[in-house]
Write a protein that binds this ligand. Structure first.
Ligand code: GUN
Ligand code: FE
Length: 434
C-alpha cells in the first residue's frame, strides 16, 4: 500500500524561470499543503481546500509559521576540501599547492574519506541542500566513501574521481589509462544506483595531459546519461597558463571543446573569463555553468557575468565551491551572488535568486524532471526555513511587507541557523533541535 503523508506550511516553488516568465514563474501558498506519496510529490494546494478532501487520518507534519522550499541544488562543491575551508592568503594556483593538494592527499586513507564524507553530507543537509554535484579526489575509494554516505541518507549525489596526471604532486597523480579504467569501474559500480550518478571529473585542463583529456572525452561519450564536471576560466593566471599548455586552442573553453567535453550534463565551474564565442558554444552544446560567488570573491578570481549568461540562454546553477567557497549555505551563497552582481551593475531579484538555488540548478543538471520544484511526481526533497530563526531575522521580518522582501531578507541574513528541517524523499533527515 502506498505511503501517504502531508506537510503543511507556507509553500513556495518555481514552475519556470522568473527572468522570462515573470510573476507566473512562482507558485506561493501562504497556508499550503504538500501531499507526498512514497517519497514523491502527489499534490500541492491551499490548506483549507486540500484538508477538506484528504482523509482525516492522513499523517500531517505541521510547519505553519515556516517557509517550505524545494531542497537546494549545489552544482559545484569539493567534499575533500571540507577541512580547508577558510584557508588564508592565496589566489587559485598558490591556494591549490599550499592547501588543497595536501588536504586531498589524506584521502588515500579510506577511513579519513568516510569520516569527511559523513560530515559533509550531514553539513549539506543542515544547510538545506539535497542535491549536489561534487568533486571527490584522485583516489577511487574517495568516490566510494561519498556515494556510500549519500546513499545512506538517500541524497541525490553526482560525483566522480578526479582525473589529474600532470602538474600536481606525485602522491595525487594518476595516469591517463589508469584514470580511465578506474573511472569506468566506478561508473559500473555506482552510476544509476538509487539517486547516485557519475561525473567524469578532469580537474581542469592544466592538470590533465592531452592523452588524459582524450580519454575523459571518451568516457563522457561512451556513457549516455553520464555527467562531466570541470573548472574553466576562473583566474587570469590560470587562463594564461592553460593558453601556454594548449597553444592550438582558441580559448580555455575551446580546450574542452576540442576534447569532446562540452555537451548536455557537462558542468563548468566559474566561467568568469569567457567571451561570447565561448558562451554561445556552451549554449549550443547544452553545457552548464556553475556560478560560485563566495569562491570567486574569496580567491579574488573575478566577477561572474550572470546577466550575459542569461541573455544568451545558458544553463546556470549556483555552486558553493567549498573549500575555496566560504560557506555550505546556499543562502549565504545567494547573499554573495547579489553583491557580485551589484559590482557588475546587475540586479538579482529574490525570486531569481531562489530559482537559481532550486529549479535553475536542477535545470542546469538536466534534473528538472526529478527535482527542483513540487510538481506532481517530483522527488519530495524540501527545506523548511524559519523566518524567525535569529533575533535579527525576526526583527527585520516584522517590517518586511511583501513576499519578495521577505525572501530577500532570508537570503541576505539567513544561513544554516535558518534551516529548521531538511527532508529527503519525504523523510526528515535534519531537524533543528528544540
Ligand atoms: N581549479 C582546479 N582545481 C580547483 C579547485 O579545487 N578549486 C577551485 N576553486 N578551482 C580549481
Ligand atoms: Fe571548484
Amino acid at each position: 500500500t502506498p505511503q501517504l503523508h502531508a506537510v503543511r506550511g507556507e509553500i513556495l516553488h518555481f514552475i519556470a524561470n522568473p527572468a522570462s516568465a515573470g510573476e507566473s514563474a512562482l507558485e506561493h501558498f501562504a497556508d499550503g499543503v504538500l501531499v507526498l506519496r512514497d517519497g514523491h510529490v502527489a499534490e500541492l494546494g491551499p490548506a483549507p481546500e486540500l484538508l477538506a478532501r484528504l482523509p482525516a487520518e492522513l499523517p500531517l507534519t505541521d510547519y505553519r509559521g515556516k517557509l517550505i522550499l524545494p531542497g537546494f541544488v549545489d552544482t559545484h562543491i569539493h567534499y575533500a576540501q571540507t577541512d580547508i575551508i577558510a584557508s588564508h592568503g592565496e589566489q587559485l594556483l598558490a591556494w591549490l599547492e599550499k592547501y588543497t593538494f595536501p588536504a586531498e592527499a589524506r584521502f588515500a586513507d579510506p577511513a579519513h574519506a568516510r569520516n569527511v564524507a559523513s560530515f559533509f553530507c550531514d553539513e549539506l543537509l543542515r544547510n538545506g541542500t539535497t542535491t549536489a554535484l561534487a568533486f571527490a579526489t584522485v583516489h577511487a575509494a574517495s568516490v566510494d566513501a561519498l556515494f556510500e554516505a549519500a546513499l545512506e541518507r538517500r541524497m541525490r549525489m553526482i560525483s566522480g574521481k578526479v582525473l589529474m596526471d600532470r602538474h600536481c604532486p606525485d602522491f595525487l597523480r594518476d595516469t591517463a589509462t589508469g584514470g580511465y579504467a578506474e573511472s569506468k569501474a566506478l561508473i559500473e559500480r555506482w552510476h544509476g544506483r538509487d539517486r547516485l550518478q557519475y561525473a567524469v571529473t578532469p580537474r581542469f585542463a592544466a592538470t590533465s595531459s592531452p592523452e588524459q583529456m582524450t580519454l575523459a572525452g571518451r568516457l563522457y561519450a561512451e556513457h549516455p546519461g553520464i555527467y562531466l564536471q570541470s573548472h574553466v576560466a576562473e583566474n587570469q593566471g590560470e587562463v594564461a597558463w592553460v593558453a601556454g599548455l594548449y597553444p592550438e586552442a582558441r580559448s580555455y573553453l575551446d580546450v574542452y571543446d576540442r576534447y569532446g567535453q562540452l555537451g548536455m550534463r557537462s558542468v563548468y565551474a566559474h566561467c568568469i573569463w569567457l567571451d561570447d564565442t565561448d558562451r554561445r558554444r556552451m549554449a549550443e552544446t547544452g553545457a552548464a555553468i556553475s556560478f560560485c560567488p563566495t569562491s570567486n570573491l574569496f580567491l579574488g578570481s573575478g566577477l561572474f557575468d550572470l546577466g550575459r549568461a542569461n541573455e544568451l540562454g545558458l544553463r546556470v546553477g549556483l555552486g558553493t565551491d567549498v573549500g575555496a567557497g566560504t560557506s555550505f549555505s546556499m543562502l549565504q551563497t545567494l547573499n554573495e551572488a547579489y553583491k557580485v552582481l551589484q559590482l557588475k551593475g546587475q540586479k538579482l531579484p529574490a525570486a531569481s535568486a531562489f530559482h537559481l538555488a532550486t529549479l535553475g540548478g536542477a535545470h542546469s543538471l538536466y534534473l528538472d524532471d526529478r527535482v527542483g520544484n513540487f510538481l506532481p511526481g517530483k522527488e519530495a526533497d524540501f527545506v523548511v526555513l524559519d523566518p524567525q530563526a535569529t533575533p535579527l531575522l525576526a526583527r527585520r521580518m516584522a517590517c518586511a511587507q511583501t513576499l519578495d522582501e521577505r525572501l530577500f531578507v532570508l537570503m541576505m541574513l539567513g544561513d544554516d541557523r535558518a534551516v529548521a528541517a531538511t527532508h529527503v524523499m519525504g523523510e526528515a533527515r535534519w531537524q533543528r533541535p528544540g
